[in-house]
Design a binder for this molecule. Structure first.
Ligand code: HAM
Length: 492
């Protein structure tokens, strides 16, 4: 397990070459040193690679985010907010209440919940020594935090089930690549206090419809891994079979055979896949109750016309799951768990594991960066997840621009902009500019269809001009009815 402390972090982010204050070096010897350095550099590709990595880390233009962490830039800001708004709208409509938990928690919360032997706990947790002596971590996911909060705040006394949604950053120190970051964001929903198949179907429906409202057609990969007892019996059978084929397995899977044999089921290695074709399937080891429960979840999905793919090898990478497990894929992202847009499942044993009463629970989380990539790829007519570099299509024309001419107009503009904002209208403007030409150029850059123009004369008349940016035709409107006119123009 990798451990970090704040000193390590500081060292990570410190520029390697800090100019020593007052240090003066003779030009000649400095040049000689530069020359030697260049030679070393040319001779060693390893040094070259290391230097490149340092460069990426430090950034060509000074400090850069840590590896695997990203800024959300203004050009992507609206797309990001769309994801937030749609998620909020769907979760609220299904009766989920918003909740937050701290980003930093006790490390043992996740080690217990997710389980030793999983990639998240064994390799990916950001763990620090707290100043008070304990081990703390940046949360790698939020389900354990929500269940912790459920127990801490006595939520079992609330009307059941407790339905909550959340959104926020998670941290996993994995090897960064397209769609996989060290800081990423999740939107998720959890329903705690009800063991019913309709709860699982509802959660799948919330995730599925959130993605659909964002324009993504997805299919749900689904399986049942039964109760803890079902799973224990199955693992004995699976390990027995895999031992007979041990020599054909990849090194990773050989290691997992003793550590976490279920994870071998979703190995991508072609030799492992060949061995798995003949492996016993978990579905045959489910108790009658678990089978009935799973069949019922599928019936609800059929009824709701949500497409799903029965996936006997789907086990998920976290230990707390029982019964239903599922993942969401969109076309072109079905080649591995790394590109799942989201996943979830039931976790009936988690509350007890964390010291609470036995309480059933179920939930899902969607990866917001992966959704943003998929939305962008869909717009660009490309279904594979790009590396975030594809240009984003300009957002369709929205809102209105407000231009002013003269000091009196500038003062009145501030008042009118607020009037429009109170009416839920988006107003682009730049009050610092004085030239009308510059402001109209800006309006074109924002891509608005109409610009409101307020000059000295309009201030005195109590009017404002509404200019159609394509035709140049201008209409005089009454300031008192400004919101009404703008709404009409925008077709709202
Ligand atoms: P998870 O499968 O670990 O489940 O993560 C859910 C989603 O978060 C993934 O499908 C993916 O979209 C996104 N994600 C995970 N790791 C990364 C990463 N390194 N970079 C970018 N995106 C990532 C959970 O976290 C569970 N808490 C889900 C759950 C909720 N189960 C029950 N309730």
């Amino acid at each position: 397990m990798e451990h970090y402390n704040f000193t390590t972090l500081i060292i990570f982010s410190m520029p390697k070459k800090i100019a020593k204050k007052n240090s003066v070096r003779p030009v000649k010897s400095a040049m000689k040193r530069e020359h030697t350095k260049k030679k070393d550099h040319e001779q060693s590709p390893k040094a070259d690679k290391q230097k490149k990595e340092e460069h990426v880390h430090k950034g060509e233009r000074g400090y850069a985010p840590l590896r695997g962490m990203k800024d959300i830039l203004p050009k992507d800001g609206n797309d990001w907010l769309d994801i937030c708004h749609v998620s909020e709208k769907v979760a609220s409509a299904y009766g989920f209440s918003y909740m937050e938990t701290p980003i930093v928690e006790q490390a043992s919360l996740f080690i217990r919940s997710i389980g030793k032997g999983t990639d998240v706990v064994d390799k990916e947790m950001y763990i620090f020594d707290d100043k008070d002596g304990g081990k703390i971590c940046l949360r790698p996911e939020m389900t354990a935090s929500i269940v912790r909060a459920y127990i801490n705040h006595g939520m079992q006394t609330f009307p059941q089930p407790v339905k909550v949604w959340y959104m926020g950053p998670m941290f996993r120190h994995d090897r960064p690549q397209a769609g996989r970051y060290r800081e990423f964001h999740q939107f998720g929903c959890e329903t705690i206090g009800e063991h019913s198949p309709v709860v699982d179907a509802e959660l799948i429906s919330v995730a599925y419809n959130t993605l659909r409202d964002l324009g993504l057609e997805t299919s749900v990969h689904i399986n049942s891994i039964g109760t803890l007892e079902d799973r224990s019996r199955y693992i004995v059978e699976l390990v027995g079979y895999l031992r007979t084929k041990r020599s054909y397995l990849s090194e990773d899977s050989k290691y997992r055979l003793t550590k976490n044999p279920l994870r071998i089921l979703d190995s991508k290695d072609e030799h492992d896949r060949a061995v798995l074709e003949e492996a016993p399937q978990i579905i045959d080891w489910l108790s009658d109750d678990s089978k009935k429960f799973f069949t019922s979840v599928l019936e609800y999905l059929d009824e709701a016309e949500i497409p799903y793919v029965l996936t006997p090898t789907l086990v998920r990478g976290l230990d707390y799951y029982t019964d239903t497990v599922f993942e969401f894929y969109t076309e072109g992202t079905e080649d591995g768990s790394q590109s799942a847009l989201g996943g979830g499942g039931r976790y009936n044993g988690l509350s007890e594991l964390l010291g609470g009463q036995a309480t059933p629970g179920s939930g899902f989380s969607l990866g917001m960066e992966r959704i943003a990539h998929a939305v962008r790829a869909m717009r660009n007519g490309n279904n594979t997840i790009p590396d975030g570099e594809a240009p984003i299509e300009q957002k369709k024309k929205s809102g209105i621009f407000f231009a002013h001419l003269g000091e009196q107009a500038r003062k009145r503009t501030l008042y009118l902009i607020e009037e429009l904002r109170r009416n839920n209208l988006t107003v682009h403007h730049n009050l610092a500019k004085t030239s009308l030409k510059t402001q109209l150029e800006l309006a074109n850059k924002f891509g608005v269809e109409h610009t409101l123009i307020l000059g000295q004369k309009e201030v005195q008349d109590g009017t404002v001009l509404m200019r159609n940016m394509d035709s140049g035709i201008q209409e005089i409107i009454d300031q008192k009815k400004i919101a009404q006119h703008v709404r009409k123009m925008l077709g709202l």
